[in-house]
Design a protein around this ligand. Structure first.
Ligand SMILES: [Zn+2]
Length: 620
């Protein structure tokens, strides 16, 4: 294979034997992008035509990627990011070339693929295959699906995993349109972050179109025994047949959410908004792949109580997908804005008290993270410094919840009307562009504070963004609903029976608050009484289950043991896995039980989760 012989050539002879000078270390380091080898100032991809065959038998994708480029007058190379890809042949404007090089492997970044071009070059085509090292891809056997009969594939590209299945200028700073033709087994449906089919085509060949430019981290593909159900005029859900009805019921309010979002920050720019419900190994709650959010089935609670996640992913259609953080150091511009917008949508559809419950639970998560990061305070700044680190390190509650609190503090200070006018302008001025923190702050000062330094400084914005922790002017959020939860809890702790806790109107959020506020030295008989009254150990609600399991493990309530193991083996959502494994490790530092469970569960997890858990369980 060319890939191997080239590396060998470099090792044996160095650069002098190559026909064209190999890109040297300085050139690699000179990429203006963080976490990418690309240099878009010389040659930038504007459109991708992806032709792929999904081979379930060998668990690989065999593809040709053809890139249209804009090339500078002094350009000599197109530089792309690849990681664990098998590159087979490359053509420039249709003619095969041997003048391409693969740079040295860098931890988590992978390798630079540099292809010689001229200022006149228009198009580059790459024939390649994915390998076992394609961390974005998760191949599931039928047993790991809801239907248990057919295999399944999904991708997760954020933050820098797109390069493990498509050679990419893999930085959020580069946007391109794409089209794709994908062939899959004839009884399966393929869907992408693009215009999508609504039923299985017996040819097994599907075509896709994404006419709005997107960054590579939003490239997404899923293949499985999928069906589609319409929800509203522009909204619908894809899921395996056995959970399609449950999913359609759970997401009934999606159309309402879409309309609520448009009423706040303007027209939805992506035509349709659909949700794909994946098997439980999906490592995140949701991923905002444009036109088609990928979601965990753990939000199918049966009572629509976990659909804030849909509001969140929908909100990304503005913050993130439309106006994108220019590097992962600016991640709060994606996530803080999205949490803020998510809660505005929830307020519109379900009311202010409901949205405030979400804000308070978010603040509790943030407080935990601040304690966890006590030794690395720099990671609690909104503007991160992830250069040389895995960008996944920055994906903490800081970007989400501290970012949210800054925006809410600003809203309450200037008033909602003015703040909305500012954000509307922000979204329309920057549509289909990327933005960094510094540019945003300049715009903020000019557009929200009339260029007044005093008004800007009074809100302590720089302190929020560039200093650790939470500034003193942070808004405090109150909830009468949670005050009622606390009252009921006090009565019970003082001896009134659990059955008399008045929980008739409680949602998942009320229960989460209740469980989080229980004293950490609670007695076994009290745990048993709660469990008998409310059936927490066997609840089908993943949020409540995860909270209850963590508490039970830490107080030694062993009645949960079997359920904990079953949960960890079936669910791959990192948000749940990390606190449960952490509780197991704290309860038993030798980690015998944690490791035994992990050994059984690990094959069901995506690399996003195993990368975190391998570290926690000291398998690296
Ligand atoms: Zn998000």
């Amino acid at each position: 294979m060319r890939y191997l012989s080239l590396i060998l050539l470099i090792v044996l002879f160095g650069c002098s034997e190559s026909k064209v000078e190999r890109p040297d270390a300085e050139q690699e380091a000179s990429s203006p992008l963080i976490h990418s080898f690309a240099d878009p100032s010389k040659a930038v991809v504007t459109h991708l035509n992806w032709n792929a065959h999904v081979d379930f038998d060998n668990q690989k994708i065999v593809a040709t990627a053809t890139y249209d480029m804009l090339v500078a007058a002094d350009a000599e190379r197109l530089k792309l990011d690849i990681r664990n890809l098998n590159i087979k042949a490359i053509r420039v404007d249709g003619a095969e070339t041997k003048e391409w090089w693969i740079g040295p492997e860098k931890p988590f970044l992978g390798q630079e693929l540099a292809i010689a071009i001229t200022p006149e070059s228009k198009q580059v085509s790459i024939d390649y295959e994915t390998t076992e090292g394609a961390e974005a891809l998760q191949w599931l056997n039928p047993q790991q699906t809801a239907g248990k009969e057919k295999p399944f594939l999904f991708t997760q590209s954020q933050a820098i995993l797109a390069r493990t299945w498509i050679p990419s200028q893999d930085s959020p700073g580069v946007r391109y349109t794409y089209e794709a033709t994908v062939s899959v087994p004839k009884d399966l449906l393929a869907v992408m972050s693009a215009s999508n089919p609504v039923q299985i085509d017996t040819t097994g060949v599907y075509t896709f179109q994404m006419n709005q430019p997107i960054p590579s981290y939003l490239m997404a593909l899923s293949v499985g025994d999928l069906r589609f159900a319409e929800i509203g005029e522009r909204t619908g859900v894809y899921a395996e047949p056995s959970i399609l009805d449950a999913a359609a019921y759970e997401f009934e309010d999606m159309q309402k959410m879409l309309e609520a979002a448009e009423a706040i920050y303007g027209r939805y720019a992506w035509d349709r908004y659909d949700v794909l419900v994946l098997p439980p190994s999906f490592p995140f709650g949701g991923m905002e792949n444009p036109r088609l959010t990928f979601a965990t089935p753990t939000i199918l609670a049966g009572d629509k109580s976990l659909t804030a996640l849909v509001a969140h992913e929908l909100a990304h259609s503005w913050s993130g997908n439309l106006v994108t953080n220019s590097t992962w150091n600016d991640f709060w511009l994606n996530e803080g804005f999205t949490v803020y917008f998510e809660r505005r949508i929830m307020e519109s559809v379900y009311g202010k008290d409901y949205a405030n419950m979400l804000a308070i639970l978010g603040k509790q998560d943030l407080d935990h993270t601040l304690v966890e990061f006590a030794d690395t305070p720099d990671d609690t700044k909104l503007k991160l410094a992830l250069d040389g680190r895995n960008p996944d390190d920055g994906m903490s509650d800081i970007a989400y919840e501290k970012g949210y609190l800054l925006l809410r503090t600003m809203e309450e200070s200037v008033g909602r009307e003015e703040f909305d006018a500012f954000l509307n302008k922000h979204f329309s001025d920057n549509a289909f562009k990327t933005i960094d923190t510094e540019t945003f702050l300049e715009n903020l000062k000019a557009d929200l504070f009339g260029s007044s330094d005093e008004a800007y400084d009074a809100l302590m914005v720089d302190q929020w963004v560039y200093e650790p922790g939470i500034p003193s002017n942070c808004v405090s959020v109150e909830s009468p609903l949670f005050a009622q939860v606390e009252n009921e809890m006090t009565k019970w702790l003082e001896g009134s029976p659990a059955m008399e806790i008045d929980s008739s109107n409680w949602t998942t959020h009320h229960w989460l608050h209740f469980l989080r506020r229980l004293p950490r030295d609670i007695q076994q008989d009290k745990m048993m009484e709660l469990d008998r009254a409310f059936g927490f150990t066997s609840t089908g609600n993943s949020e409540i289950a995860a909270e209850w399991f963590v508490l039970s493990i830490s107080v030694g309530y062993e009645a949960v043991n079997e359920e904990v193991e079953a949960f960890l083996i079936s669910v791959g959502r990192r948000k749940f896995l990390v606190p449960i494994y952490r509780a197991l490790i704290e309860a038993e530092p030798e980690m015998v039980r944690a490791k035994a469970i992990y050994q059984k569960a690990r094959p069901n997890y995506h690399s996003v989760s195993t990368n975190t858990l391998d570290d926690m369980l000291q398998l690296n």
